[in-house]
Design a protein around this ligand. Structure first.
Ligand SMILES: Nc1ncnc2c1ncn2[C@@H]1O[C@H](COP(=O)(O)OP(=O)(O)OP(=O)(O)O)[C@@H](O)[C@H]1O
Length: 505
């Protein structure tokens, strides 16, 4: 039986969008002009690559010069550590049970792999994030227990492979009502240090499909997703609580035009598949951007494996960072403007962040054990009171204190009722959480049906039912919170609570 998720408050977050412009390469310096001007840490201008345009063209708006504003802009002199400073706070939330996604988006050769993986001298965001996670765990002053595990996959030609397996077979995506999209059979390795993950990262990178293309000597042919899971066990007097934070670090494959990379055969096929998933990603960014501006819009997550994997990062429970990587070379003008156009759209995307709180080991047997314990407690208290009553009876002959006996009788009855109510409440809470698990499963089926069904009338009915289920989940979670609060109160505090009916359809 899965662990039961406790309700947690949701916070709306906006996608953090940063732009990183790489320096001109040695070869580019000989033949290209730099058309990127970083104005300050938030503003960037892409100059018109056509030098023949003059002042008059500019004031008459005939120039292709474009100006953009982002959360952060990093010029060619900035290192990966500089970029990392802008996203570090997002990473830090992972050890508090929050999810985070960082992905680099840009055309081939623009510096995605350099930014995410980096080099020995300039380690990338994957390495820097891992160091942060282990540093925070090491310096944590609570008595909590941490467990870190990692998985590393690639999506190559719309097939998922495990980069931590020597010869991985094809892996499938599965939709889990509790954990969202999961890759069935993906290996997750427990790790004790950042160094161990780096070893695994290097191993995975050596297995990754790369090719030399005309645009980039070591162009990534696959999308790689490194996922770090941090499980934090907290103990309080009533139960074990578990916080699960997830960090997804994504290095996308290079998008390119076939004509530009001069490729054919397998390379051309790879390129078509890479472009298909990147196009799907761009379409999702587009739809989500519109969604925020104009209300509900269909988001085509199902069009590629990549977008299904990134679904949480794009609209679900995740604090997400997009690093748009651009080349400063004048012959990359169209790619640069295209990347910045999507980055600009992505600024509108909102996600809903909440802590992943679970209660561990609360299985049917555990509930039964708790009920049994409470029943033992009732018997003990009854016995104790009976003994006190008989003692008082002897005294009452002497003191003739009828009032005292009746007070004890009332106390005995109240205590026994109190414990019985607590047992009922525990049972009700258990059923409430079971019901919400069933509600969530139905929600998942409804989501699938809404996407598949093209008929507007049916989709409308499905959507209204979906809303009903969502309302019920929320109501049940609110009721569950009240029950939990009562159960956490000291045993002998008198309480009378109405056990409300749970919502299930
Ligand atoms: N910030 C940087 N400083 C120095 N060199 C860089 C920087 N960013 C990228 N480069 C260099 O630019 C080239 C292309 O970078 P990289 O391989 O990271 O691009 P990419 O976007 O991942 O390409 P693809 O999509 O084809 O895989 C490499 O030679 C890399 O070393």
């Amino acid at each position: 039986m899965p662990s039961i998720r406790a309700p947690a408050s949701k916070k709306t977050a906006t996608l953090l969008v940063a732009v990183k412009c790489r320096p001109l390469t040695e070869a580019e310096r000989r033949r290209n002009r730099n058309i990127i001007q970083v104005i300050d840490d938030k503003n960037v201008v892409v100059l018109d690559p056509d030098l023949s345009k003059d002042y008059l063209d500019r004031i008459q708006n005939r120039t292709k010069e474009k100006r953009y504003c982002f959360d952060h802009v990093f010029g060619h002199a900035c290192t990966n550590s500089d970029v990392y400073k802008g996203v570090r706070s997002t990473i830090a939330g992972v050890i508090q049970g929050l999810n985070a996604t960082v992905f680099a988006y840009g055309s081939t050769g623009s510096g995605k792999t350099y930014t995410m993986v980096g080099t020995q001298n300039d380690p990338g965001l994957m390495v820097l994030s891992l160091n942060t996670i282990f540093e925070l765990i090491k310096n944590d002053r609570s008595s909590d227990n941490f467990e870190v595990s990692c998985s590393y996959l690639e999506v190559y030609n719309e097939v998922i492979y495990d980069l931590l397996e020597k010869s991985s077979g094809h892996l499938e995506l599965r939709e889990d009502p509790e954990h969202g999209i999961v890759v069935a059979g993906l290996r997750s390795i427990k790790v004790q240090s950042a160094d161990r993950i780096l070893e695994l990262l290097n191993l995975g990178n050596s297995r990754r499909k790369t090719e030399s293309t005309e645009a980039n000597a070591t162009s990534s042919r696959s999308h790689a997703v490194l996922e770090i899971n941090v499980k934090r066990k907290q103990k309080n007097q009533n139960r074990n609580q578990i916080l699960r934070g997830k960090l997804a670090l994504v290095d996308l494959a290079g998008s390119e035009r076939a004509s530009e990379t001069n490729s054919g055969g397998q390379k051309l096929r790879d390129g078509a598949n890479i472009n298909r998933s990147l196009l799907a990603l761009a379409n999702c960014i587009n739809a989500l951007g519109k969604h925020q501006k104009k209300g509900l819009a269909y988001v085509p997550y199902r069009n590629s494996k990549l977008t299904r994997i990134l679904k949480d990062g794009l609209s679900g429970n995740s604090q997400t960072v997009m690093i748009a990587t651009i080349s400063p070379a004048d012959d990359q003008y169209h790619h640069t403007v295209n990347t910045l156009k999507y980055a600009d759209r992505a600024k509108e995307i909102k996600t809903h962040v909440h802590k992943n709180i679970g209660i561990i080991d609360l299985h049917v047997a555990d509930y039964q054990k708790m009920i049994d314990n409470l029943q033992v407690e009732v018997c003990r208290l009854r016995k104790e009171l009976a003994e006190k009553e008989s003692h008082v009876n002897v005294q009452s002959v002497e003191k003739n204190s009828d009032g005292e006996i009746s007070w004890l009788n009332t106390l005995s009855q109240e205590t026994s009722e109190n414990v019985q109510e607590r047992i009922n409440l525990q049972k009700a809470l258990f059923e409430l959480e079971e019901t919400n698990l069933r509600n969530r499963t139905e929600l998942q089926h409804l989501d699938d049906a809404i996407i598949k069904d093209k008929d507007d009338a049916i989709a409308l009915v499905l959507k209204s039912r979906r809303q009903l289920i969502l309302d019920n989940i929320r109501d049940n979670e609110e009721t569950g919170t009240v029950y939990r609060k009562v159960l956490e109160s000291p045993l002998l505090v008198c309480f009378h609570i109405f056990v409300a009916p749970m919502n299930e359809y």
